[in-house]
Design a protein around this ligand. Structure first.
Ligand SMILES: Cc1ncc(COP(=O)(O)O)c(C=O)c1O
Length: 410
C-alpha cells in the first residue's frame, strides 16, 4: 500500500471527532464497515433500554404517560436539526416502507388537479417500488419506473403525481442534487418523496433549504437506533393538515382515548402515526439521538470523505490488478460508502473479510459495499481494513470453499 499506517495515525491525532468512538460498544477485533446497514450500539443505549425495562416493571401501564406515548413526536424534534427540519415536522414512526405508503396516499389525496401516476426510480432499494406498486394495486393509480441514472425530466409529464427517489443510492452511493431535482419535480406540478435511508446521519441534509415537502428515512443505519428501530417521516409544516393519510390507525386519531367509532385525523405531524409503538426501541434510539445533538455535521462530512478516499487510495493498485471496479462517485457526489464491483468474486471477498473481522456487505449483482461511519471509525481502522482487503484478494484467500456459502442475510 502506498500510504503508511503512521499517516493514518497522524490523521487520527488531528481528528476533531475522535472522542466519539469511546461512546460506542464495539466488539474487540472488529472493524465495522456496515454501519450503512445496521449501525453499532451507543454505550448509552444499553442503560436507556434497561431504564425502560425497569420503568415497565415498576410503573406498568403508567409508563405510557411517562414519556413512552409522546416518543414519536419528542424524538422527531430531536432528529429534526439533523435533516434541516423544524420542530413538529418530523415523526419517528413505523418504517420507510409504511411511511412511503402513507405519504403517497396523503399527497395524492390532497393534490389538485388529480394525477394518476406514481413514478419511482428503477434500481432504487426495492421496497420503495414494491410499496408504490401495492398502493396502485388497490387503487386506480398506475406505477411507473424511470431508469436509474436517466434524465428524470424525460419522465415527468402532467400525469405524474408523485416521484419517489433516494437521496443517496443504496448500491452506488451516488448523492443526488436534492435542490435541482426537487425544483424540477415541483415545476412539473408533482411532489417528491425523498428516501433519506443513506443520508440521514451520513451527511448534512437540509430539507428546508432544498424546498423539500416530504421525506422518509430510517434510524437503524447511520443513526444507530438499533435493530428494527423505527423510521421517520417528514412533512413540511405548510403541507400538514391538508387531508387524510391512508393508514388511519388510532394513534393518528385526533382523540385516541375518546374511542370514537369514526376516524378524524390528529392535527399536525401526529396524524401520520398508526398504532402502538415499542417503548423499548424508542429508548435506545433516544439515547443515540442525544449523542447526535453534539455532532458537527460539517466535520462529519469532511471525515467521511477523507476516510472513503483513504480506503480507495490504499486498495487502488489491488483493484486494478484483480479486475475489481471501483464505482464510488467523486467526493461531491458521494454518500458515505465505497462501492466496488466484481460479479465473480465479490461475494467471496466480503465473506473472507468478515472472517477476519472486517465487516462490509454484499449486494447482488457483484457489489461489495463498505460504509464509513465517522463517529466510531478511526483512520487507523480504515487503513487496517484496506490492508486486510489487499491481503484477502492478493493471497486468493477468498477462494476457500467456506467463503462461497450463502446465508439468507448478505
Ligand atoms: C434506500 C432504502 N430504502 C428503504 C430501506 C428499507 O426500508 P424499511 O425501513 O421499510 O425496511 C432500505 C434498507 O436498507 C434502504 O436502503
Amino acid at each position: 500500500m502506498n500510504i503508511s499506517l503512521e499517516h493514518a495515525k497522524q490523521l487520527d491525532q488531528e481528528d476533531p471527532l475522535s472522542h466519539y468512538k469511546s461512546q460506542f460498544n464495539l466488539p474487540e477485533g472488529v472493524i465495522y464497515l456496515d454501519g450503512n446497514s445496521l449501525g453499532t450500539q451507543p454505550k448509552a443505549s444499553q442503560g436507556a433500554v434497561e431504564k425502560t425495562l425497569i420503568q415497565w416493571r415498576q410503573e406498568l401501564i403508567k409508563g405510557w404517560n411517562q414519556g413512552w406515548f409522546d416518543a414519536p413526536e419528542r424524538l422527531g424534534n430531536l432528529m429534526a436539526p439533523l435533516i434541516g427540519a423544524k420542530e413538529e415536522e418530523v415523526l419517528i414512526t413505523d418504517n420507510i416502507t409504511l411511511n412511503i405508503y402513507k405519504l403517497i396516499g396523503y399527497i395524492t389525496e390532497t393534490q389538485q388537479p388529480k394525477r394518476p401516476v406514481i413514478l419511482s426510480e428503477g434500481g432504487n432499494f426495492p421496497t420503495d417500488g414494491y410499496i408504490a406498486q401495492g398502493f396502485c394495486h388497490f387503487s386506480e393509480f398506475e406505477h411507473r419506473f424511470f431508469p436509474e441514472g436517466s434524465n428524470l425530466e424525460d419522465y415527468l409529464d402532467d400525469q405524474v403525481a408523485v416521484v419517489i427517489m433516494s437521496h443517496v443510492h443504496y448500491r452506488t452511493g451516488v448523492l443526488r442534487d436534492m435542490k435541482v431535482i426537487t425544483e424540477k419535480v415541483h415545476q412539473h406540478g408533482a411532489e417528491i418523496i425523498w428516501d433519506l435511508a443513506h443520508s440521514a446521519g451520513a451527511l448534512a441534509v437540509d430539507l428546508a433549504e432544498n424546498s423539500v415537502n416530504f421525506a422518509v428515512g430510517c434510524t437503524y443505519k447511520y443513526l444507530n437506533g438499533g435493530p428494527g428501530s423505527p423510521g421517520f417521516l417528514y412533512v413540511n409544516k405548510a403541507h400538514q393538515d391538508k387531508g387524510w393519510q391512508p393508514l388511519t390507525g388510532w394513534h393518528g386519531h385526533a382523540a385516541p382515548f375518546a374511542f370514537d367509532l369514526d376516524y378524524s385525523p390528529a392535527v399536525g405531524i401526529t396524524q401520520f402515526r398508526t398504532g402502538t409503538h415499542s417503548a423499548l426501541i424508542y429508548s435506545s434510539l433516544e439515547a443515540s439521538l442525544q449523542l447526535w445533538k453534539e455532532v458537527d455535521m460539517q466535520q462529519l462530512r469532511q471525515k467521511s470523505l477523507q476516510m472513503t478516499e483513504l480506503f480507495r487510495s490504499c486498495v487502488a493498485d489491488v483493484l486494478l490488478h484483480h479486475d475489481i471496479q471501483d464505482i464510488t462517485p467523486e467526493p461531491s457526489k458521494r454518500g458515505s460508502q465505497v462501492s466496488l464491483i466484481n460479479t465473480e468474486k465479490g461475494f467471496a471477498i466480503v465473506q473472507a473479510l468478515i472472517a477476519r473481522g472486517v465487516i462490509g456487505d454484499y449486494r447482488e449483482p457483484g457489489l461489495l459495499r463498505f460504509g464509513f461511519t465517522p463517529l466510531y471509525l478511526s483512520y487507523e481502522d480504515v487503513w487496517l481494513a484496506a490492508q486486510h482487503f489487499c491481503d484477502v484478494v492478493e493471497s486468493g484467500e477468498y477462494k476457500k470453499p467456506e467463503f462461497q456459502v450463502r446465508s439468507s442475510v448478505t
